[in-house]
Design a protein around this ligand. Sequence first.
Ligand SMILES: [Zn+2]
Length: 373
Amino acid sequence: MPWSLSIGRLFGSEIRIHITFLILLVWVGVAAYGAGGAVAAVDSVGFVLAIFACVVAHELGHALAARRYGIATPDITLLPIGGMARLEKMPERPVQEIIVALAGPAVNVVIAGVLMLIAGVGFDAQTLASLENSGAGFLVRLASLNIFLVVFNLIPAFPMDGGRVLRALLALKYPRADATRYAARAGQALAFALGFLGLMSGNVLLVFIAVFVYMAAAGESYQVGMEDASRSVCVRDVMITEFETLATNATLTTAADALLRTTQHEFPIVDGAGQLRGILTRKGMMRALARSGRDTPAIEAMDTEIPLVRGHIALSQATRLMQEAGKPAIGVVDGDNRLVGYVTPENLGEFMMLAQTGALAKRTPRQTEPGPF
Ligand SMILES: [Zn+2]
C-alpha cells in the first residue's frame, strides 16, 4: 500500500504503518496535551499504541491460521481504522475461510481474558461501560476495547470477519460469487445504517467507518466476481487484437497523431522483430509533451518492463500479474515472443460488464491447453 512505512517483520509478514496512522497518533497526543498536559498525552498515545498492538495481534491471528493452509501473508498494514492483513489469496474451502476469519477475533478474546485476569475484574456490563470512562484503569480500558473489537468484527457483513464467516456459510449452499454478493450487500446495508447514525449523532468517525465499510464491501464483491468470471477464460479470448503500434523511432508527434486518429489510449512500441519494447500511455504522452516537446522520442516516455504472457494463460492469472507489476497493460506474445495482443484494465472492465450480463456464459467451452499463442 502506498504511503506506508515498514517497521519490521513478524512471523514472515512485514508490518507497515500507514502515514495517516502516524497523523492520528500526533493528533491524539496534541489533543490530550491540550486537555490534560504531558501525563495525559503520554497516557493517550500509549493507549492508542496498545490498541494497535492488539490490532496487529488480531491480524497475525488471521495470518497464522492462513499459514496452516499454505497461504502466506506478505504484509500487514496499520490504518487509523484498523489493521489490514494482505493474504496472498483467500482460502476457498468454506471451512478454512471460517477458521481463518475467526482466528483474528479469537486472539482478542484471549487478550481481553488475560488483561481482565491481571486487572482482577470480571466480565460484566460495568466493565464494558468503562470503555467510555477514561477514569478506569489502563488494563480495563484495553480489555474492554478488545471485547469491542471482537463484537465489531463479528458483525456478519463484509468487510468484517463476520462477513467472511457469513460468506463461507452461504458458499456451502450457493456459488462463491453469489455468496460474496449477499455478504457484500449486508455490508453495504450496514454502511448505510452506520452512516445514517453518524450523520444523526454528528459522529464524524462513524461516517468515516461507514464509507470505508461501503467501499471495502463493494471492492470485495467486484473482485470475487471478476476472479470468478476470469478463471475460466483465457487471455486470448479478451485481449485487444486490433490496434496500432508505434515504431521504436517514432516521436511524440507521431504518437499524438495516432492518439487522435484512433480510439486507443495506449500504444505498444514494437521493434523490427515484432517484440514489445514498452507501452506509451496517454498520460505518459501528455507528461512528456509538457516536459520536453513534440520531438521527444516516444520510447523515452513509454512504460517499460510490461509483463508478457502467452495467450492460453487464464485471465485471472494475467490480471494478477498486471496488478502486481502496477503496469498499464500486459502484452500477449506468441512462441517467437512477438506481440499478438494486449490487455488493459479498461479492456478488463468491458469484459466484466459483459460477464455480468451473462453474455459470456453461453460461449463454447474454452480450450485450456496451450495453443499457437
Ligand atoms: Zn479480522
